[in-house]
Design a protein around this ligand. Structure first.
Ligand code: ATP
Length: 253
């Protein structure tokens, strides 16, 4: 019996297997194995320069591996970038929106760019589900806070019904209330079966929201722990180790 690789990798919405990648001949990621299934939140932690953003860039097709393979919902993002990105929403640290358009207009326009149509009702439902105050729907996003911008971006992901979400430092600069609300939103997306990969420095935030946490050190995944079961993470022990890693890095800088 032959196994269809595309079908087999569907079990994992986001998959990087044995990936070696970098920039201009300099290797940043060494044999990276990362797999996130539908309805799972995975937090990738690591010190500055560990390769977290590079790992996200793999799934967006911005960085091509020199070895190994990357799949987004079974699609190779280097060979078929458009097809892979159709299955993805990416929320960078600072969400870029059209400043002179309203929240509602941004979602409508960005959906249109993604080749999707949604009626006014569906857009309003997505903005409400993302927790944006109804009074803000028709305000220009120019004056929006970081938390409000994220809500617009999440509304877009909800309206697009993507199976995978990538987030870069989503909680940096958010106040505690906005962070709590953001965690609630991630749970909502998880309940809808979205595979979520977030890169962050925030161990406590990650431990609060993630199903699994992976630690990148010098482009290597040195540890992976789960929120439940026998390997359930001990946040204090992780913090000691994680802080130790950061200290070691600072000493060597
Ligand atoms: P941070 O927490 O500071 O954002 P990170 O873990 O996300 O760090 P990356 O941004 O992936 O790390 O960077 C990993 C390494 O790759 C760093 O040494 C960085 O200088 C290098 N790098 C990142 N982007 C590029 C690029 N476009 N061209 C060349 N080198 C790059």
């Amino acid at each position: 019996m032959t196994i269809d690789i595309r079908e087999a990798s569907r079990a994992w919405t986001l998959e990087a297997l044995g990936v070696v990648a970098g920039y201009g001949g300099r290797t940043i990621l060494h044999q990276l194995d990362l797999r996130i299934r539908a309805g799972e939140i995975y937090a990738l932690l690591g010190a500055n320069g560990a390769g977290k953003t590079t790992a996200l860039s793999l799934f967006l097709g911005f960085v091509a591996p020199t070895a190994g393979q990357v799949r987004v919902h079974g699609v190779d993002p280097v060979a078929q970038p458009g097809e892979a990105r159709r299955h993805l929403a990416y929320i960078p640290e600072n969400v870029a929106l059209y400043e002179h358009l309203t929240a509602r207009e941004n979602v409508a326009y960005l959906l249109d760019l993604a080749g999707q149509n949604a009626g006014a009702d569906a857009i309003a439902r997505a903005l409400a589900a993302a927790g944006l105050d109804a009074q803000a729907f028709d305000r220009r996003v120019g004056g929006f806070s970081k938390g409000m911008r994220q809500k617009v971006a999440i509304a877009l992901a909800l309206a697009r019904q993507v199976p995978a979400l990538l987030l870069d430092e989503p909680t940096s600069g958010l106040d505690p209330q906005a962070t709590a609300e953001f965690s609630r939103l991630l749970q909502l997306l998880r309940a809808q079966g979205v595979a979520i990969l977030m890169v962050t420095h925030d161990l406590l935030g990650a431990a609060h929201v993630a199903d699994r946490i992976g630690f990148l050190d010098g482009g290597r995944l040195v540890e992976e722990v789960a929120a439940a079961g026998d390997e359930r993470f001990d946040v204090r022990a992780l913090h000691r180790r994680y802080a130790g890693q950061a200290d070691a890095l600072e000493r060597s800088a």
